[in-house]
Design a binder for this molecule. Structure first.
Ligand code: 3NM
Length: 234
């Protein structure tokens, strides 16, 4: 359980896990839940598959709304997403819910500062990749001991976003650059990232981006994902 002293460093990361993990690409993440497509399941699965084929490297399943489906329904959605990700060689993450991540065979779990602690996830499911949200230098400092166990930190919101109801104040490109300078793991920028501002986000030092609305509302997924990917750099 949680809070029983420091993590046993011998458990994880072991050298093999480290090697395996270092080769993963967390650079273009689609975050999505049924609420982001007005609970239209046909649209939901078609969009995720198309996004995976267009070059998204991580899909994160996130149900936060009050109308969110119950655990068993989320599990059936998550299993279907995992299958799409397996076929398209895309990493599959679950937001916050470690039980759902384990039950659905996800590759990783993304947690916020107030969610399940990183150390307890490592104890319980050492095979899962872990992403952690970090919004300020204070949060970064407080999470220092977690860094060796993280696949990436999600840094933001970089810009104002209306997608996340309880989002913290935007940190801007400068805030992103400050956190990038301190970070020892890949920095994935989040919050209001779109086709137009992605380039500036990479120039500020981001190693990747995560987005909900710019992808779910895109009229041209292939082009949007190309513009959200660092590979756009000429
Ligand atoms: N997390 P959009 S901002 C899920 O700052 C989420 O940690 C954030 O949606 C954070 O791409 C955010 O539509 C919402 O702005 C991202």
């Amino acid at each position: 359980g949680e809070g029983h002293g420091p993590l046993n460093q011998a458990l994880w990361p072991n050298p093999n896990q480290r090697l395996k993990r270092s080769g993963q690409d967390f650079s273009c993440q689609l975050i999505i839940g049924l609420e982001n497509v007005a609970f239209d399941r046909a649209k939901f699965f078609a969009l995720v598959e198309k996004a995976c084929l267009a070059g998204v490297t991580v899909v994160q399943y996130r149900e936060k709304g009050v109308e969110r489906p119950d655990f068993l329904e989320q599990l059936s959605v998550a299993k279907a997403l995992k299958e799409i990700c397996r076929k398209t060689k895309t990493l599959f993450f679950i937001d916050d819910n470690v039980d759902l991540a384990i039950a659905s065979g996800a590759d990783g779990v993304h947690v916020g500062q107030d969610d399940t602690s990183v150390q307890s996830i490592v104890r319980r499911a050492p095979e899962l990749f872990i992403g952690l949200s970090v919004s300020t230098m204070e949060e970064f400092e407080a999470s220092r001991e977690d860094m060796p166990y993280l696949a990436y930190i999600g840094v933001g919101p970089v810009f104002d976003t209306t997608t996340k109801k309880d989002a913290k104040p935007a940190i801007g490109l400068n805030g992103l650059a400050v956190l990038k300078a301190a970070a020892t793991v890949p920095v994935i920028a989040i919050g209001g990232i779109n086709e137009k501002n992605a380039k500036a986000v990479y120039q500020a030092g981001a190693d990747g981006v995560a987005a909900i609305s710019s992808i779910t509302k895109s009229k041209n997924l292939v082009k949007t994902i190309q513009q959200l990917s660092q590979s756009q750099e000429e």
